[in-house]
Write a new protein. Structure first.
Length: 337
């Protein structure tokens, strides 16, 4: 091999290897150490232990309005039947009593806790199984605070109760009272007429904490199991909720509630749940509701649509005022309401 061939080979090696060193010096390509740094993942910093100054703060769960924030903890407290307190609700002895009021036409059952009207048995009417017709919504009638946007369930609130007897020795009046340590007082009274399916009903609410920003309460009616007729389908087709809103009767049948609730705003005079032959109604006597809604009862499948619930939203009673109503639980007769 001559000298020129050896020189050409040497220059080739210089071009191949020397150019890499030159390009690294100029920063055009990364060096070996830089490649190692890029390809090596940086370990994440260990999470800070709970309670340390660098721990990440978790946002608290949203609160459903100021009313739920203040009053919700009181209602949700564990039941206490010792005569002490339940959260800040005073608990009288016998707060879990189921009260039975026996009248010639019907037998009503009322649970003291929550002041819930559970059922009304109609003595003069037989159901499809040779028993007595029972309008039992568990509860059939319930009062709670708030409106559709800020509902506050009072089902766990303990009520004291007192009975008054009429001249025949039957219970003529039942008064249920719930007291809160903040000064809140809720009183519900039922007045019974031995010769009528109508039941007088009154509500007073006083001493409400102004921080709650509550302006309304609600009364809900719920339908009963459709076992009172031998023809279940016929009873189902007549199941619905009707309310008097302004000058119009707003009737919502159960089949039409499968797609969702039907709310109506306006002056509400009365509300009723009805099947083919029986009716549970609420008539306002010295107050008007501001809104009403009809829906399938909680837990009811749209395919079955065999239980409905209707409610009316009302303004809180003014100081010293009692709201008067008439409840009706009996055979279907709109003349009574």
């Amino acid at each position: 091999m001559d000298r020129r061939a050896l020189l050409a080979i040497a220059l080739s090696f210089v071009v191949l290897f020397g150019s890499n060193l030159l390009f690294q010096k100029m920063g055009w390509i990364p060096s070996a150490s830089q490649k190692q740094q890029v390809s090596t993942p940086v370990p994440s910093a260990p999470s800070s232990p709970a309670g340390s100054g660098t721990a990440q703060l978790q946002a608290p769960a949203p609160i459903k309005g100021p009313a739920a924030a203040i009053l919700g903890s009181r209602v949700a407290a564990a039941p206490d039947s010792t005569g002490g307190t339940n959260g800040t609700w005073f608990v009288p002895a016998g707060a879990d009593t189921i009260l039975t009021v026996d009248q010639p036409l019907y037998r009503a059952r009322i649970r003291a806790r929550g002041s819930r009207l559970l059922s009304v048995v109609l003595k003069d009417y037989e159901d499809g199984g040779s028993g007595r017709v029972t309008l039992a919504g568990d509860p059939a009638v319930a009062l709670d605070l708030g409106d559709a946007q800020t509902p506050i369930d009072l089902g766990g609130v303990p009520y004291a109760w007192a009975e008054s007897l009429d001249a025949s020795g039957r219970v003529g009046k039942l008064t249920l009272t719930a007291r809160d340590a903040s000064g809140l007082l809720i009183e519900q009274s039922f007045r019974f007429n031995p010769a009528d399916y109508r039941i007088g009903y009154s509500v007073s609410i006083a001493g409400l904490d102004p921080r709650l920003d509550l302006r309304h309460y609600r009364i809900a009616l719920r339908s009963w199991p459709l076992v009172n007729e031998r023809n279940h389908l016929e009873d189902l087709n007549n199941l619905g909720v009707t309310a008097k809103v302004g000058k119009d009767n707003r009737r919502e049948m159960a089949a039409g509630l499968k797609k969702g609730p039907k709310p109506h705003d306006g002056a509400v005079s009365w509300l009723a749940i009805h099947s083919k032959y029986f009716l549970l109604g609420l008539v306002a006597e010295n107050v008007q509701g501001i809104a009403t809604s009809a829906d399938l009862a909680p837990g009811t499948l749209p395919e079955a649509h065999d239980a409905v619930i209707g409610d009316v939203t009302l303004p809180l009673p003014a100081a010293g005022r009692v709201h008067q109503y008439m409840l009706y639980a009996g055979p279907l007769d709109y003349w009574h309401i």
